[in-house]
Ligand binder design. Sequence first.
Ligand code: ADP
Ligand code: MG
Length: 263
Amino acid sequence: MARVIAVANQKGGVGKTTTCVNLAASLAATRRRVLVIDLDPQGNATMGSGVDKYEVEHTAYDLLVDEVPAEQVIIKDTNGKYDLISANGDVTAAEIKLMEFFARELRLRNALEPIKDQYDFIFIDCPPALNMLTVNAMGAADSVLVPMQCEYYALEGLTALIDTISKLAAVVNPDLGIEGILRTMYDPRNRLANDVSDQLKQHFGDKVYRTVIPRNVRLAEAPSFGSPAIYYDKSSAGAKAYLALAGEMLRRAERSEPETEQA
Ligand code: ADP
Ligand code: MG
């Protein structure tokens, strides 16, 4: 049965999509069966997987609103070697349509039920908002992975997000947990980043991944080639960091022993 992970942070530009695409590709490279669900109308995870969002036959809209079965919506074996449920501007309408439905928070969860046993991991790329799409992601997920930049106000934003997650969980999904907190675009020479990083570890302890994702231009370039970084430039620091994160996740799942810091 798949572990369903919502990649969420209400802030834009923190590395949600980059994390979804590259972590999914890294896990797929270790022969895990992986599905990525793009729930952001911007369709960045879709394009970053080498799928043209303007050409797709089905998107998450069809799954959420028209109840088209997941098997028909899934695009098999993208450039990241994972499967994909795509998004484009249509998904904005899904956000509005969802409001009309009974049990609207659980539509994604119910839609995934028939296909969950076909995957080891399902990643949901959330939009940068706490709207009904994100609520559906949290309703469907086992846990939330939070990418964040170690900036001055990051801790406040994170505390607010975790508060929201626990309130939502109480209503729509009592089993929802925090998968992990991921430091993205990290520059170890930046003193503020180090301070915020220390505070993060004090507050959230083991929930903070040992692996940090450095700022790396290859990660930013890869989407314009429609490919995750491990296929665009596998020797880049960015590709290596996401491969390391995949390893850390798998080890965490197998055993919960402490690990040594990686940078
Ligand atoms: P989000 O999905 O949270 O809005 P993205 O993953 O789209 O964030 O990242 C925002 C921008 O930063 C994108 O242009 C992306 O290519 C770039 N980016 C993300 N992570 C890194 C990184 N580690 N190093 C350099 N650029 C990055
Ligand atoms: Mg995004």
